[in-house]
Ligand binder design. Structure first.
Ligand SMILES: [Mg+2]
Length: 262
C-alpha cells in the first residue's frame, strides 16, 4: 500500500500542478501584479492620495479668494484619481486577459469602484466653500448612469449629469476643458495622467514627456495636482514606442528594453 502511495502521490501532485498551470497559463498580465498590490495595499499609496487632496484643499481655499466674474470650478479626473478601479486590474491579472472595452464595461456597470482616500471629502469640501467640481473623464458617455450611481453610492457631491464630461468621440480632454472654461473659472485640475492637465502632454516626444514636465515644473502642487498610478497610463505608450497591435511577446520585450541599469 505504502509503495502504491509513493508512486501515486507524485503523479497526483503533477496533475494538480498541471491544472493550476493551465489556469494561470497566460502570464501576459503578470507585470501588473506588483504595481496593483502596491496601489491596493501599500500605506504609501494611501498617504500619497491624502497628501494630494490636502494640497488640493489648500489651493482651493487660496484660489477661491481671487476675484473673478465666473463661478469657480475644480476639474477632476475619475479613474485612479477620485475612484479606485484596481479590482479591474486584479481581474486582468487573474484571467491573464488584457484591457478591452467590453471587459472594462463588465466592471464599470457594476458601479462598485471605491473612493480613493480623501476623494469624497474633497468634493464635500469644495461644495462647502462654493467651488464646483466637474468630473472630466474618458469613461464613455454610455457609462454615465453607471458612473453616477457609483459616485452617488459613495456620497460624492456634485453627482448630477451636467457635472460629468465623459468621452464621446475624442479622447483628448482639451475640448471638454475649453467647454468647461466657457462657464467656469477653472482654478485647479486633478488627475493621475499628465493629459488630465493640459494638451501639451498629449505629444510627449522621444523623452517620454520629461522635458515638458520640466517646463511646467512650477504648476505641480499649484494648479496641477497629480496622483500616483503605476498600473497604467499614457506613459505606457512610450514603453511600447507608440506601437499598435503589438502581441504580448513583443510587449514583454519592450518592457524589458525600457529598463535602465548600470
Ligand atoms: Mg485617470
Amino acid at each position: 500500500m505504502k509503495k502504491v502511495f509513493r508512486i501515486l502521490l507524485p503523479i497526483a501532485l503533477l496533475l494538480v500542478g498541471c491544472s493550476t498551470a493551465d489556469k494561470n497559463d497566460d502570464l501576459s498580465q503578470e507585470h501588473l501584479v506588483y504595481s496593483t498590490v502596491w496601489f491596493q495595499k501599500s500605506p504609501e499609496a494611501k498617504a500619497l492620495f491624502y497628501q494630494a487632496f490636502n494640497i488640493a484643499k489648500e489651493r482651493v481655499v487660496e484660489l477661491s479668494k481671487v476675484k473673478g466674474e465666473k463661478p469657480k470650478a475644480v476639474v477632476v479626473d475619475l479613474d485612479e484619481t477620485m475612484i479606485d478601479n484596481s479590482p479591474f486590474q486584479g481581474k486582468m491579472i487573474l484571467k491573464g486577459k488584457p484591457f478591452s472595452s467590453d471587459f472594462w464595461e463588465e466592471w464599470s456597470e457594476l458601479s462598485r469602484a471605491k473612493a480613493t482616500p480623501g476623494a469624497k471629502d474633497f468634493t464635500l469640501f469644495c461644495d462647502s466653500i462654493g467651488v464646483e467640481v466637474i468630473y472630466l473623464s474618458n469613461r464613455g458617455t454610455n457609462e454615465l448612469e453607471w458612473t453616477m450611481r457609483n459616485l452617488d453610492s459613495l456620497g460624492f457631491a456634485f453627482v448630477k449629469p451636467q457635472n460629468f464630461l465623459l468621452k464621446d468621440s475624442t479622447s483628448g480632454k482639451e475640448p471638454r476643458r475649453v467647454k468647461t472654461a466657457e462657464q467656469y473659472d477653472i482654478i485647479l485640475l486633478l488627475g493621475d495622467n499628465l493629459n488630465d492637465f493640459t494638451e501639451v502632454f498629449e505629444h510627449r516626444g522621444d523623452d517620454w514627456g520629461v522635458s515638458i514636465v520640466e517646463k511646467n515644473r512650477n504648476e505641480f502642487g499649484k494648479r496641477f495636482i497629480i496622483f500616483p498610478n503605476p498600473m497604467y497610463g499614457d506613459w505606457e505608450k512610450s514603453v511600447y514606442k507608440y506601437g499598435k497591435e503589438l502581441n504580448e511577446k513583443e510587449k514583454f520585450k519592450l518592457r524589458r528594453e525600457a529598463v535602465s541599469a548600470f
